[in-house]
Write a protein of this length. Structure first.
Length: 444
């Protein structure tokens, strides 16, 4: 289906002018960041980099942000504070991709600021390997192989290995990536060190910038969930496992659920205003597409909720802590589609969003979401619940067996819908099934 067009010539002019203005601002920021790095002014470069990323999302999503620069000292205080509240040891990794090298900048909760440059990962080579990595994970027909490992291990060597000593020294257990264009659609969880995946070592999240992330801790373990979804569509592929997904969540969490013809914009607004839901779960197609935000959408039963309409839901009043989209995808390698995906929590007015970089199989999504909500009942932070669900899948603890979804804590498991009953027993251990799911915004 072709992307929806910007409707008016004026709208098109505004979008083009905004992009021209954005590129001028970004060129100035990027030049300043590079000069500061060359001069060894790492703190100044870091502040500018966070501001640059903030500005990029603000321009794309058409929101106003503060002109203030956030210092590494302020970031470290935020990390230390939320770390003390949650019993975690968080760090931020900034990735700044230049034509001649990749720059890594690390801020830990114990106060260390580290800069490493990786000349081998010049921008052209880096993006080539990132594309190979994602292609090998998502390619049909190779899910019984480890064809993704060469690119996965190369990216680990470039992005993580130079910082490992500092991560260990501070006992980091939670990493939030704040990354450059072209890298926001990458499944960081599936980076591999030769022995294990990154997700086996750390809780992970993707932040637009620290300045655009609400880092206050909210305990979700007693939250109510508004779960809505659709399994049938007039012009999109069906999602037959959605009723089982919604039912599994509703059995475990207090709240309300709605399917198909009850999954409308009016009902979503009405339910959200009726009581405080900590979590809104939408099991439906979502598309993050190239171009303006109104090209991207979440499919409801009888309409599409465009990305630029998302803030009209006012999910910050009453405050929703987490928005979950269980079946979305992001256009590969497109900077604007990545901005839509990476800015999802910000645009929705929630602290955290959970979405997928590509459409995962129906049975894979059911497995991940079912296990995630199980883990969320006891996990200290949201990213830990996602991590435990992903580990359970990659280790074969969550799998399809005998027409049922088996999990760590499900006894007899969940019976699969009739449309999936014919499937052979299936392990969900390949990264295709679990690494697409990304926590966006606050991992706490």
């Amino acid at each position: 289906m072709p992307p929806e067009r910007i409707q008016s010539p004026r709208g098109l002019r505004n979008f083009i002018n905004s992009n021209i203005r954005d590129s001028v601002i970004q060129s100035a920021f990027r030049g300043g960041i590079g000069r500061n790095l060359e001069a060894g002014q790492i703190s100044a470069a870091l502040s500018l980099l966070d501001k640059s990323f903030s500005q990029e999302f603000a321009e794309y999503l058409d929101i106003n942000i503060s002109d203030e620069l956030v210092s590494p000292e302020e970031i470290q205080k935020k990390l230390a504070s939320v770390g003390a509240q949650t019993g975690t040891k968080p760090s931020l990794i900034y990735l700044f991709s230049q034509p001649e090298e990749l720059n890594l900048m690390l801020i830990t909760s114990c106060g260390e600021v580290v800069h490493k440059s990786v000349p081998a990962a010049n921008r052209a080579e880096l993006l080539k390997v990132v594309t190979q990595f994602r292609d090998e994970i998502t390619k049909p027909g190779v899910r019984a192989t480890t064809s993704y490992l060469p690119s996965s291990q190369q990216l680990y060597k470039w992005m993580i290995a130079p910082l490992e000593d500092s991560l260990k020294k501070c006992e980091t257990d939670t990493i939030s990536f704040v990354v450059d264009r072209g890298l926001r659609g990458m499944p960081f969880a599936a980076l591999h060190d030769g022995q294990q995946f990154l997700v086996e070592k750390y809780n992970l999240s993707l932040m637009p910038s620290i300045n655009l992330t609400d880092t206050r801790y909210v305990d979700l373990r007693n939250s109510q969930v508004l779960a809505m979804g659709a399994s049938e569509f007039s012009d999109l592929n069906p999602l037959p496992a959605v009723p089982a997904e919604i039912a599994a969540i509703s059995r475990e969490w207090p709240g309300v659920s709605f399917l198909n013809e009850d999954f409308t914009l009016d009902n979503l607004k009405r339910q959200h205003q009726s009581r405080p839901f900590g979590i809104i779960h939408l099991a439906t197609h979502g598309e993050f597409r190239p171009g303006a935000p109104n090209n991207s959408f979440i499919q409801l039963w009888n309409s599409r909720l465009r990305l630029d309409q998302l803030r009209d839901l006012r999910l910050n009043n009453p405050q929703v802590n987490m928005l979950v989209l269980s079946a979305c995808r992001t256009a590969v390698g497109d900077a604007q589609a990545e901005l839509g995906f990476g800015g999802l929590a910000l645009q929705a007015g929630v602290q955290t969003a959970l979405g997928s970089l590509w459409y995962v199989s129906d049975e894979g999504t059911l497995g991940l979401m079912s296990e995630f909500y199980q883990q969320l009942k006891t996990a200290r932070i949201k990213a830990a619940a996602l991590r435990q669900a992903q580990i359970a899948m990659l280790r074969g603890d969550v799998r399809l067996e005998g027409g049922r979804l088996r999990g760590l804590s499900r006894g007899e498991g969940v019976e699969l819908p009739a449309s999936l009953q014919g499937f052979a027993d299936l392990k969900l251990s390949h990264p295709y099934y679990w690494s697409a799911f990304v926590m966006i915004g606050s991992p706490w």
